[in-house]
Design a protein around this ligand. Structure first.
Ligand code: ADP
Ligand code: MG
Length: 700
């Protein structure tokens, strides 16, 4: 790094990006790769061979010895297997080789990746295929080639394949509609995505002493610290020097990989932080978000931190989300969700806006389940994150625009207000939309922000649903308008907007999403409120959702059924691990602490009485009595949890199992936690075999 003078010089230095390709590839080859990446034109083997050689030489120059097909299986993580470039020669030496075939296709054993029953064991083969639309990069001496992953029979076993398909779907639908509206020069509409990433940093040594953090990524027990986030002193607070050092190195590492990290700050909870990148093409943004999460952990480790990406590492204080900032723009650079100065007259904007609103309304259940994970269940609806009810916030000005349209009135735009403060300060115009942190799906000026995704989620997931749902609504709009004569188009569009509003206004909500009134009101409006993963996931195989995905060639019914299995199974596995971890911690660690402390206090009291028989030992007696009571309650609950976990293990049906884990096992864990936390609050830290919340959260 030190050899670089400036950021523009080292930014993307480990990426085989467009600039490198332009520089190094023969013109015709460069063009061919471009048309594959941008228009999906089939790539010829000769082209692949040339690219592979150039890519390999570039990689070797930059210190790489291996290459890997990097993919994103259904675990939501990334996967890689490294092959070196060496080819041994007969004379005992080696040359470094990499062919076009090796670049475009990889073969790997798919049998240990979740497939939801798609892949039978005798067909263990899986394939990876180069995704030329996301640039290859070098990390730790290996050339990483972004790839899609599918089964022997071509079913998607990953998150990239359906994402790319959904991006094609929305592009096709949007382009067709734009042509109808007169924008005939548009050939592609791109999804843009900026994924804000929240995370916690805690001391690594303390982390290692917490079995729950190590095994589950979240604390399963722990009494609240005397101080939480109530002072609101952490949000945007001064960065501590060491944390600032971590963030600086993180930026550098990401910039080298061409990840456009832009914003960094402290978040609401103690020890919580956020990173936001500049938005990119959705496919690249998803890859970059996966990289960001990985690099965060790596850099944290170097600084003696553990980076927690779990949605709810600590009870009682805010969890972490991943805001999915989403928009669509044409290949000519026009953001289709930009309202312009006069949104009331911007018909094209209003059509696309209404398509998104209709999509969120019609597929709210699908969007909700796309972010359903065991970790995120602790977050949604917990007064820190949006509720599990999916609604859309449009802000005051757009609300007024839409109301006027619905009534058939002409919208007279309010003059943009200026805020003027002390004389020397610049006067600024206020935005047309205020921020509404309580809405799960908020219009934020020229994009939507889906706030429900949890911090650890692959952001591909909600985008697959959103892209496809919007494609569907754009198609419906196209059907209404396609045969309308040009001179009647404006009138028909107006009518269409009115109809769309009537049908979908129930999903628009500009108020406070954290209130109990909203829950009641939403129910009256007929909006879904799926509070947990086992409640949400089954809707992935609802007929309407299968129809949507099949119609747009994004996911087949078989692939959706596979996801149903994978998600529910994953839920049960996660809770199972949590239940076992908690049992072990309570049985061994907490008990040891209680027993030891009770013994010492009892001995202390006995000695006191021996010395001076008239002394009263109220304090000691009280401690012993309380701990004894808690201990009894604890053991009773521990026995129940152990028994119920065993019962859960015996349930064969994936949905029944997931429900049992949620309704019974998780409920047992909550109950058990109460007595454990009560005991912990009494025992001095020196008797506890693990660090407390206070130590974990305020250690840096
Ligand atoms: P805010 O802080 O109000 O959420 P920012 O302007 O900081 O808004 O943007 C937050 C995220 O949204 C950033 O990652 C940014 O790159 C992204 N973003 C901005 N414009 C778009 C867009 N047109 N499409 C997708 N994401 C966008
Ligand atoms: Mg934001």
């Amino acid at each position: 790094m030190e050899t670089f003078k400036s950021i523009p010089e080292f930014y993307g230095c480990l990426v085989f990006n467009d600039r490198v390709m332009k520089e190094r590839l023969p013109k015709d080859v460069y063009k061919a790769v471009q048309s594959t990446a941008k228009q999906g034109v089939h790539l010829q083997l000769e082209v692949a061979n040339t690219v592979a050689t150039v890519m390999k030489n570039w990689a070797l120059e930059n210190g790489a010895t291996h290459y890997t097909h990097w993919f994103q299986p259904m675990t939501g993580l990334t996967a890689e297997k490294h092959d070196s470039f060496i080819t041994p020669l007969e004379d005992g030496s080696v040359i470094m080789e990499f062919s076009g075939k090796e670049l475009i296709k990889g073969e790997s054993d798919a049998s240990s990746f979740p497939s939801g029953g798609i892949r039978s064991t005798y067909e263990a083969r899986g394939y990876t295929a180069w995704d030329p639309s996301s640039p290859a990069f070098i990390k730790d001496g290996t050339l990483y080639i972004p790839t899609a992953f599918c089964s022997y029979r071509g079913q998607a076993l990953d998150k990239k394949t359906p994402l790319l398909r959904s991006m094609d779907a929305i592009s096709n639908s949007a382009v067709r509609l734009l042509h109808l509206l007169g924008k005939t020069d548009v050939t592609r509409v791109n999804v843009t995505l900026g994924a804000e990433q929240e995370y916690f940093l805690i001391d690594k040594e303390l982390y290692k002493d917490r079995k729950d953090l190590v095994m589950c990524g979240r604390t399963l027990i722990g009494a609240p610290a005397p101080k939480g986030q109530e002072m609101e002193d952490h949000y945007f607070g001064v960065l501590k020097p060491k944390v600032a050092g971590f963030m600086k190195e993180l930026d550098n590492e990401l910039w080298k990989l061409g990840v456009p990290s832009k914003t960094k700050h402290n978040e609401v909870a103690p020890a919580q932080h956020e990173l936001a990148p500049v938005f990119e093409n959705a496919n690249i943004a998803v890859d970059h978000n996966q990289l960001t999460m990985e690099i965060m952990k790596k850099v944290a480790d170097k600084f003696g931190y553990a980076c927690l990406l779990h949605e709810k590492p600590f009870a009682g204080i805010n969890g972490s989300g991943k805001h999915d900032n989403w928009s669509i723009s044409t290949d000519k650079g026009e953001n289709l969700l930009n309202p312009g100065k006069t949104p009331g007259e911007n018909t094209q904007f209003l059509i696309f806006l209404m398509a998104v609103i209709a999509a969120v309304d019609d597929y709210a259940d699908f969007l909700r389940l796309s972010v359903a994970t065991p970790g995120n269940d602790h977050r949604l609806g917990a007064n820190e994150a949006p509720p599990a009810i999916i609604s859309v916030f449009v802000g005051d000005e757009l609300d007024a625009v839409l109301k006027a349209i619905e009534k058939g009135e002409h919208y007279i735009g309010a003059d943009k207000q200026k805020i003027s403060w002390a004389g020397i300060l610049p006067h600024i115009t206020i935005d047309t939309t205020d921020r509404n942190r309580t809405s799960p799906f908020a219009f934020t000026g020229n994009k939507f922000e889906f706030r429900a995704p949890g911090s650890a989620l692959s952001v591909a997931q909600p985008n697959i649903v959103l892209n496809t749902a919007v494609a569907e609504e754009l198609d419906k709009i196209y059907e209404v308008l396609k045969d309308v004569p040009a001179d009647k188009l404006d009138k028909e569009i107006y009518k269409l907007l009115q109809n769309l509003l009537k049908e979908h206004k129930k999903v628009i909500f500009n108020g406070d999403g954290y209130t109990e009134e909203w829950v009641v009101e939403a129910e009256k409006r007929g909006l879904h409120n799926y509070k947990s993963t086992p409640e949400a996931i089954p809707h992935i195989i609802d007929e309407k959702n299968i129809e949507l995905m099949e119609k747009h060639n994004v996911l087949s019914s078989e692939e959706l059924h596979a996801k149903y299995e994978i998600f529910l199974e994953n839920y049960s596995k996660v809770i199972h691990i949590e239940a076992l971890t908690m049992q072990e911690m309570v049985r061994k660690d907490v008990t040891a602490g209680i027993v030891l402390y009770m013994k010492d206090v009892t001995n202390e009291a006995l000695k006191k009485k021996q010395l001076l028989p008239n002394l009263n030992c109220n304090y000691e007696e009280n401690i012993i009595t309380t701990l004894d009571e808690t201990e009894n309650a604890m053991f009773e609950m521990l026995a129940k949890l152990t028994e119920d976990t065993k019962k859960a293990e015996g349930i064969k049906d994936v949905l029944e199992a997931a429900k049992f884990y949620h309704d019974t096992v998780l409920a047992d864990m909550d109950e058990l936690r109460k007595s454990v936390d009560k005991a912990e609050a009494i025992i001095p830290n020196s008797y506890l075999p693990y660090p407390t919340y206070g130590e974990l959260l305020f250690s840096l």
